[in-house]
Ligand binder design. Sequence first.
Ligand code: G1P
Length: 271
Amino acid sequence: MIKQAIIPLAGLGTRLLPLTSVFAKELLPINGKPGIEYILDECIEAGVKEIIFIISKKKKMIKKYFYNDKFYKRIIKQKKDPRIIKEYRKLLKYKKMIKFVYQNKPLGTGDAVLKTKKYIKDKFFLMLLPDDLIVKKNCTKSMIKIHKRYSSSVMASMNVDKKTVSRWGIYKINKIINKNNFLIKDVIEKPSVKNAPSNKAVIGRYILPQSIFSKLKKQKAGKGGEIHITDAIQSLIKENNKFIAHNFPGKYLDCGSMNGYIKSTIEISKL
Ligand code: G1P
């Protein structure tokens, strides 16, 4: 069973400027609900019991969003508005499940994962990237099923336009397990069109083994001077650890760019 999830939230969100100049992108509303709540709901529905947020000093606003009890109590006392009471209860439920750790320097997703090392208890844990919303079907649930069936690490995957490969982690298939599941031979962070082994991209949902931490400790900076989770995963694959790419059900929405963010609101409002 996968009981713990981690969510890197220390990113600056420059692709969403000016919205992110004073505001955490993960709290921006998508159809009236902060993006991060969609991610939390996906985890909770899939049976995750504890969620570790990796934030930075600059993004303390995220913690405050879940820890504003005094404010809510005062308002509820004055107004007794059932909608606010319901929202506050929901926040309390989330708060009970969330732990916070800090990554104050933006050194990359791999570095963010390393910050959670001492909190991870089981052999496998989940990581979700908050820019990647997946709606209609629960991607995490579907990945956990694959993890259980094959006792393997799992990454969400989808085919992308060949011209856009340098935006993603791209993998090469070792073996086709079935229509939607592939054993991975190699994974490369943001390759050029020329060097990309395929047009199959990794999307921001990962079931990772605890052994990733020892790889991350030694991991050198890669593309763009950042420490990438993808590079640590590649090292594990080269040592014969099984990683399955899972073509997930559900609809992918890229909330990390301005265009994608706007589209997400429109798509979700149609659900
Ligand atoms: C990250 C990963 C990349 C993956 C992508 C999915 O990139 O490093 O391998 O394909 O998420 O959204 P980022 O979006 O942080 O640039």
